[in-house]
Design a binder for this molecule. Structure first.
Ligand code: XMP
Length: 518
């Protein structure tokens, strides 16, 4: 693999993703990893990420110079660039002057450079640093500079060591991806081989090896992760897999059918459906407190799934091996955030609703553990899953129950489903699906306002549109949707959903507002 050493900023994951976009497998390791351990992973190259520290700060992570003597190609970025310069005997000056944001870089020798080959001699780069390299270490050639930073990039082809002060992984550095590709191909001599087809082949082989002729179950939520994980396992072991789908009646229009019909048609998966609609409706009856709703749904889900698992075990267990394995759609970012260890991912507790209890006696199969979300989607497409499922926006485990402000009833669910379907259809028709992170539609079920329609007075409910833009759902901004799209959504909802006579727009960022209303 290409190892990205994480110096503690949020950039390491982005670098790893960009490396994979260059069809090269990459993994992230913490900066505390000893060099011996890094080398034991037999890396094709190492990239030192940016980080928030000054190399002079007390306790700032350093690079062990032994890394540069191992013959492994290394690229230092931002903090990694400075740490590299310092470790190799260059000089890093405490300028006390910050360079932040888009900056013009001059690359006078780009033509002769390995890292910057074929690049314009002048280009915008994204900077974010305080200290600067003031003298390159012995043996290095300086290949770029900016007004504030005379040594903005350097390289030593002989030792295959490279560095840039700017952030090639962010899109604001317009030729950033070329820097990474040049490093991988020409600096490190790595052939691109991390493609979706190879990922599938590799995972299928792994799953086969893990499961052997055992039996396995997978809980489908309707979301992309569990669908792709299930489809991969099906590809590997066919009918040894049973997928379980608990229909809790809180999904959006068409989503249960997507699982029960389209997913099954696309994969040939053996599906065990539990109709728990009435059970969830009864359990939620009269409950309007958001935390209560979440707790009830989480509790009921676990009970229903446990029963379903017992049923599947009873049915499957008699014929060949018993059901020993459970599929989980854990993704690489969860693995990294939980310290990269082998244990299960720690997910915020409220995100665990729809997750499973860990005392079920199953061995986990996690075929997406090495993948980022965009890779999961690419795998899903290649496995032939329906686009609507693969590109589905994030949807909370407790479903529409936490988008009804007030008690959940079957009638209110119908109203919200109808309004939500219209908003989704119009956003899709406007080609906006991939520009927004998600757009919850919220029914203010306990609020009424006066309206007029035809000749009559109405006394209906408002729905809220909550379009947000985000990278990771931790922070978000409200999306400036075009007025004409908003107008069409509003007109259609108020015309076609009789109980709704007002559509309002939520213009709150996160923080202070969360994305969901409950
Ligand atoms: P908030 O509302 O906390 O939501 O800003 C952040 C993201 O998480 C989703 N979300 C959930 N996902 N189970 C989930 O699987 C949950 O209980 C849950 N609650 C919120 C939300 O849709 C957004 O993408």
């Amino acid at each position: 693999p290409v190892l990205v050493v994480d110096y503690g900023a949020q950039y390491a994951q982005l670098i790893a993703r960009r490396v994979r976009e260059a069809d090269t497998y990459s993994e992230i390791v913490p900066s505390s990893t000893p060099v011996a351990e890094i080398l034991a992973k037999d890396p094709a190259a190492v990239i030192l990420s940016g980080g928030p520290s000054s190399v002079y700060a007390e306790g700032a992570p350093q690079v062990d110079p032994a890394l540069f003597e191992a013959g492994v190609p290394v690229l230092g970025i931002c903090y990694g660039f400075q740490a590299m310069a310092k470790a190799l005997g260059g000089e890093v000056a405490r300028t006390g002057q910050r360079e932040y944001g888009g900056t013009a870089a001059a690359l006078p020798n780009a033509a002769e450079s390995t890292l910057l080959r074929d690049q314009p001699a002048e280009q915008p780069v994204w900077m974010s640093h305080g200290d600067s390299v003031s003298r390159a270490p012995e043996g290095f050639r300086v290949t770029a500079s900016t007004d504030g930073t005379p040594v903005a990039a350097f390289e030593d082809d002989e030792r295959r060591l490279y560095g840039v002060q700017w952030h090639p992984e962010v899109k604001h550095s317009t030729h950033g991806q070329d820097v990474l590709v040049n490093f991988l191909r020409h600096g490190a001599g790595i052939d691109p081989d991390w493609t979706t087809g190879n990922v599938i082949e590799e995972q299928v082989a792994r799953i086969k090896a893990q499961i052997g002729d055992g039996k396995v179950i997978c809980a489908l939520s309707g979301g992309v992760d569990s669908a792709v994980a299930g489809a991969l396992v099906q590809r590997a072991v066919g009918d040894q897999l049973t997928c379980v789908f608990v229909d809790h009646g809180l999904l959006r229009a068409g989503e249960a059918e997507q699982v029960e019909k389209d997913f099954v048609a696309a994969t040939g998966v053996k599906l065990h459906v539990v109709d728990a609609v009435q059970r969830f409706a009864d359990a939620l009856d009269g409950v309007s407190d958001p935390e209560q709703k979440r707790k009830i749904i989480g509790r009921e889900f676990i009970r229903v799934f446990e029963q379903a698992a017992r049923d599947v075990v009873a049915k499957e267990g008699t014929d060949g091996g018993e059901v020993r394995f459970l599929v989980q759609g854990t993704l690489y970012p969860d693995v990294v955030e939980s310290g990269g260890g082998t244990g299960a991912a720690t997910i915020k507790s409220h995100h665990n609703v729809g997750g499973l209890p860990d005392d079920l006696a199953f061995e986990l199969v996690e075929p997406l553990r090495a993948l980022f979300k965009d890779e999961v989607r690419a795998v899903g497409v290649q496995l032939g899953l329906p686009e609507a499922m693969v590109y589905r926006q994030p949807f909370p485990g407790p479903g529409l129950a936490i988008r009804i402000v007030g008690a959940v009833t079957p009638e209110r669910l119908e109203i919200l489903r109808a309004a939500d379907a219209i908003a989704r259809a119009e956003l899709t028709a406007a080609g906006l699906d991939r520009d927004i992170w998600q757009c919850p539609v919220v029914l203010l079920a306990d609020v009424r306002s006066v309206g007029v329609q035809g000749d009559g007075r109405t006394y209906g409910h408002p729905v809220v549109l909550r379009p947000v833009s985000s990278e990771d759902a931790m922070t978000a901004d409200w999306t400036r949707l075009p007025y004409d799209v908003l107008a069409r959504i509003s007109t259609r909802i108020t015309n076609e959903v009789p109980e709704v006579n007002r559509v309002v727009l939520d213009v709150t960022s996160k923080p202070p507002g969360t994305i969901e209303w409950e």
